[in-house]
Design a protein around this ligand. Structure first.
Ligand SMILES: [Zn+2]
Length: 224
C-alpha cells in the first residue's frame, strides 16, 4: 500500500492538530522509511519479480525488522516517545503518543490487507497477507477511496494561510496520486539498488515537502 498509508496520516491531523502532518505521515510510513535503509545495509531482501502480484513486481523476500508486527509495535513505541518525551504529562501527551504509535502499527494492518502472505508477525514467524494486490481495480478502489477521504479530512481540519499552503497542498496531493498510479502502471524498477536509492531520496523529500505544506496551513478544529 502507498497512498493509503498517507491517508491515515492526513486523517490523523484532525485528532492531534498540533502535531505536524510530517510526523503523522512519517509515522504511518516508518516501515517504508526503514525498509530501504535495511535493504541498503543488507539485513532485508527484495527481489524484482514481475507478476508477483497484479499490482507489484516486487517479491518481498524478507523484511522482519521493518515489516513484522512485533517490530512495528517496537518502532511505534519509540516513534511516539520521540515526539512526546518532552511534553508535560497530561491527556494530550497520552493522546499524541497513542496516535503516533497507532499510525506506525497501522502500516502492518494496511500492508496485510494488500500484500500476498509475506508479512511476518515476529521475525522468522509464519507470514500473512490478504492479497488485495491480486486485483488492480480492487486495490485502486480501496486505496484511492481512503486517500480521498484522508485528504478531505485534512483539508477541512486546516486552512491555507497563504498561496503556498493552498497550492503546495494540492500539488502534494496530486503528486502522491500520480506516483501511485505510475508505480502500478509503469515498468518494474531496473535494480534493487534503484529501489532503495529512490525510496530513501523520495522518502526524505516527501517528509520535508509535507512538513513545509503543513507549516503554511492553520488548524481550524482546535480540539487539543
Ligand atoms: Zn510497507
Amino acid at each position: 500500500m502507498f497512498v493509503g498509508h498517507f491517508a491515515l496520516g492526513f486523517a490523523a491531523k484532525r485528532a492531534v492538530p498540533r502535531v505536524s502532518l510530517a510526523a503523522l505521515c512519517a509515522g504511518a510510513q516508518v516501515a517504508d522509511l526503514l525498509w530501504p535503509v535495511f535493504l541498503a545495509i543488507g539485513i532485508e531482501q527484495v527481489r524484482i519479480d514481475p507478476g508477483n502480484t497484479a499490482v507489484t513486481p516486487l517479491d518481498f523476500v524478507s523484511y522482519p525488522y521493518s515489516h513484522s508486527l512485533l517490530m512495528l509495535i517496537v518502532w511505534g513505541v519509540l516513534f511516539g516517545l520521540v515526539f512526546t518525551v518532552r511534553l508535560k504529562a497530561d491527556a494530550r501527551k497520552a493522546l499524541i503518543f497513542s496516535v503516533l504509535a497507532a499510525l506506525v502499527v497501522s502500516h502492518w494492518v494496511l500492508d496485510w490487507i494488500t500484500h500476498r502472505p509475506d508479512m511476518p508477525l515476529i521475525p522468522g514467524s509464519a507470514k500473512f497477507g490478504f492479497g488485495l494486490w491480486n486485483s488492480v481495480p480492487a486495490t485502486m478502489a480501496v486505496e484511492l477511496t481512503m486517500y480521498v477521504a484522508g485528504l478531505w479530512i485534512y483539508a477541512r481540519a486546516t486552512r491555507a494561510r497563504d498561496a503556498r499552503g493552498r497550492w503546495g497542498f494540492w500539488t502534494l496531493a496530486a503528486f502522491l496520486a500520480i506516483v501511485y498510479v505510475a508505480t502500478i502502471m509503469g515498468p518494474p524498477p531496473p535494480s534493487v539498488f534503484a529501489i532503495w536509492t529512490s525510496a530513501i531520496a523520495g522518502g526524505a523529500i516527501l517528509v520535508i515537502w509535507i512538513w513545509w505544506v503543513d507549516r503554511h496551513r492553520d488548524v481550524i478544529l482546535a480540539s487539543d
